[in-house]
Design a protein around this ligand. Structure first.
Ligand code: CA
Length: 225
């Protein structure tokens, strides 16, 4: 299985290449974002390990460009930054998983294997619940055909709920997926963002797509409320 590593730090790139080869992967390395994007486009990699801070083109832009082209190769993002906004950014641009440097080798290999097991999903072009539509490629959300402007965090909450439409999603799950557990463990922040979301996608349309399941979490009505 061939994996592309896009990393400009020479020592880390070499360590990743050596380590992943020892795990049985074939590994190519790109040292900047432009080369990384070109290689990811041209070759059928099983997965891409993508640094965020890269010369030429950031990892965010590389991932965004791939997704916009309909390329859903599994992407594991690496970042030295640990701000919660960066986490949301990484997920928003279509990364499948995210690791903060420094990371443990065991964790990296485990997460990469998990991505590979999942494979390149046949993702729908859009996520829908009735007339509520989220397009992961263009990052646009519409309700009844109207574009709805969401912040990165609101978008991530909605995407998480839409991907599991009809299921109860706990606040803990939302914290983990959207905040990567970085919100000081305070589930109240989830309530706040769900409130913002309702004011944008539900209230103006007289709908109730985002339902509170008392004591359990939230459920997005697959029919759109
Ligand atoms: Ca870097």
């Amino acid at each position: 299985m061939r994996v592309l590593v896009v990393e400009d730090e020479t020592r880390l790139a070499s360590a990743l290449q050596r380590g992943l080869r020892a795990e049985g992967f074939a590994v190519d390395v790109a040292r900047d974002g432009v080369a990384g994007l070109r290689m990811a486009r041209e070759s059928g990699y099983a997965a891409v390990v993508l640094d965020v801070m890269l010369p030429g083109l950031s990892g965010y832009r590389v991932c965004e460009a791939l997704r916009a082209e309909g390329n859903w190769v599994p992407v594991l993002m690496l970042s030295a930054k640990d701000g919660e906004y960066d986490q949301a950014d990484g997920l928003d641009v279509g990364a499948d998983d995210y690791l903060i440097k420094p990371f443990s080798w065991v964790v990296l290999v485990a997460r990469l294997r998990a991505l590979l097991r999942r494979g390149t999903p046949a993702r729908p072009a859009t996520l829908t619940a009735g007339d509520l539509v989220l397009d992961p490629a263009s990052h646009q959300v519409t309700r009844s055909g109207d574009p709805v402007a969401l912040t990165a965090r609101e978008y991530a909450v909605l995407e998480c709920l839409l991907r599991r439409a009809g299921e109860v999603v706990s606040k803990t799950d939302l914290l983990r997926h959207v905040w990567d557990g970085h919100a000081d463990g305070d589930p109240n922040v989830v309530e706040v963002y769900v409130g913002y979301l309702r004011r944008k996608i539900d209230a103006p349309y007289g709908r109730r797509a985002v339902q509170t399941v008392r004591g359990a979490g939230y459920r997005l009505d697959p029919d759109g409320g």
